[in-house]
Structures are given as structure tokens and as C-alpha cells.
Design a protein around this ligand. Structure first.
Ligand SMILES: Nc1ncnc2c1ncn2[C@@H]1O[C@H](COP(=O)(O)OP(=O)(O)OP(=O)(O)O)[C@@H](O)[C@H]1O
Length: 236
């Protein structure tokens, strides 16, 4: 997995991607080209069902498209199999899932430290002190750190998931509706921490939300129907 890189290369590049869910009559995604530069903050929006979560899964190699390419740091996800794909993902991607995917019986701190345990690359760029700082900045004080994740409120779990995505400074952070369970005050504080941490770490951020009030905080805004020929074909 030694992929040589030049400074001008995008961090993430999608080419001629076509993806349909099994049994669906038409493809869900048909994207000729889409690229994200290192450190870029992108707000991805589109109607419900337009394929945002599907695209995020393809960007992070959780799904692999049978047609086209998705390359992260020059590495095509489709060329990696099983555990190699998982290792590439944990080394380079922090993912805040819509349902958080915390390990419920692990403590808050152990959930956040998981990427450092699983990846030497993340471990080299992270530490327990960094995890503590991220949790603190997310408003999750030390009294919560040894509690099992399942004992936290939904809004607190969302912030634990964000700290886990940021620890170890992955080059790409993906956030799928990460503010849906937060009130306005917590949402703004959460966005401040997420954007500042990504900027300080040099991490690119792809942030999906229905909440267009957030959009202006991002340097780049992308509409999924806008980059998806499959959606345009479906228009009357
Ligand atoms: N696991 C799956 N199996 C089959 N079809 C799926 C699956 N996941 C999503 N789809 C279909 O793919 C399309 C896009 O779904 P997706 O969840 O990516 O949209 P979305 O834009 O993220 O929606 P939302 O904003 O409501 O979260 C929908 O038609 C959905 O029914």
C-alpha cells in the first residue's frame, strides 16, 4: 500500500462512479468526476433519499462500486480487500456515522481511543491527552469518561463519535448528519470544535446535513443532485 503522492493531487477523487443498490431499477449515483483537496471543508446537501449516505459510504470504502473509481490518497478502494481496506480506512478516515456506531459497553474514553489502538498511523499522530482535550472541548467532562457509552444521552454520544473521528488526525473526516440530535447552542459549539480541529489537523471534512443554516460555515457547498447525473436523468 505504498502510494506515491504529489502535493497537487486531490486527497479524494471520484471518477466515472456508478452505483445502484441491488434490486433498484435505476442507479442511485452516477458521478463523472468529484474531487476534494487536502484540508478542504465541504458541505454536502440534497433531498432525503438522494444518496448522500450512500456516497459517504463509497468515499470511505465501506461500500465499493462495481463501476468507476474512488481513490483516497491515490489508493483505489476497489483494489483493497477485506482487512486491508479496513486498515486503510482506520488509518486515514474518521467517520461520524448517522447512528454513531459506538461500542455500547466500552467506556467513553475507550471508544475515543479505539482508532489509536487499531492503527499505528493514527497512534503516531494522537494520544490520550489529545482524546481528553477533544472530549473536553466537546463539553464532555472527565466525570463521563469512564461511563459506558450506552449510558450517555443521544447528543452526548454524537459528540463522543466526533471525538473518536478526530483523534489521531486522519486526513479525511466524514460526518453524516452529526448535529441532528443537538440543540442550537450545542450545535454551534460542536461545529466550532469540529471545524477548528479539522483546520488545525489539516483534515478535509465532508459534512452532510439538511440544515442549510450551517452551510455558510463551509468554504465549499456541493449539492448531490448537482454532481449526480443519475438524479438529473430522473428529473421530468
Ligand atoms: N442498504 C440499502 N439497501 C437498499 N437500498 C438502499 C440502502 N440504503 C439506501 N438505499 C436506497 O438508496 C437511496 C439513497 O439512500 P441514502 O440513504 O443514501 O440517501 P440520503 O440522501 O442519505 O437520505 P437521508 O437524507 O434521508 O438520510 C434511497 O432510495 C434508499 O432507499
Amino acid at each position: 500500500m505504498n502510494v506515491s503522492r504529489s502535493a497537487a493531487e486531490p486527497l479524494l477523487e471520484v471518477r466515472a462512479l456508478r452505483f445502484g443498490w441491488p434490486g433498484a431499477p435505476t442507479p442511485c449515483l452516477d458521478i463523472a468526476h468529484f474531487a476534494i483537496a487536502p484540508g478542504e471543508a465541504v458541505f454536502l446537501h440534497g433531498p432525503s433519499g438522494s444518496g448522500k449516505s450512500t456516497l459517504l459510504s463509497l468515499l470511505a470504502g465501506v461500500l465499493v462500486a462495481p463501476q468507476g473509481q474512488v481513490r483516497l490518497r491515490g489508493q483505489d478502494w476497489a483494489a483493497l480487500r477485506g482487512s486491508a481496506r479496513d486498515a486503510w480506512r482506520v488509518a486515514h478516515v474518521g467517520y461520524i456515522f448517522q447512528q454513531f456506531n459506538l461500542l455500547p459497553y466500552l467506556s467513553v474514553m475507550d471508544n475515543v481511543l479505539l482508532p489509536l489502538r487499531l492503527s499505528a498511523t493514527r497512534r503516531a499522530q494522537g494520544s490520550r491527552a489529545q482524546a481528553e482535550e477533544l472530549l473536553g472541548r466537546m463539553g464532555l467532562g472527565s466525570a463521563l469518561w469512564s461511563r459506558p457509552a450506552l449510558q450517555l444521552s443521544v447528543g452526548q454520544q454524537q459528540r463522543v463519535a466526533a471525538a473518536r473521528a478526530l483523534v489521531g488526525r486522519p486526513e479525511l473526516v466524514i460526518a453524516d448528519e452529526p448535529t441532528s440530535a443537538l440543540d442550537e447552542e450545542h450545535r454551534n459549539a460542536f461545529l466550532d470544535v469540529l471545524l477548528q480541529a479539522c483546520s488545525a489537523h489539516g483534515s478535509a471534512l465532508v459534512f452532510v446535513s439538511h440544515d442549510r443554516r450551517i452551510a455558510e460555515r463551509f468554504a465549499r457547498q456541493v449539492s448531490l443532485p448537482g454532481i449526480n447525473a443519475a438524479a438529473q436523468e430522473a428529473l421530468p
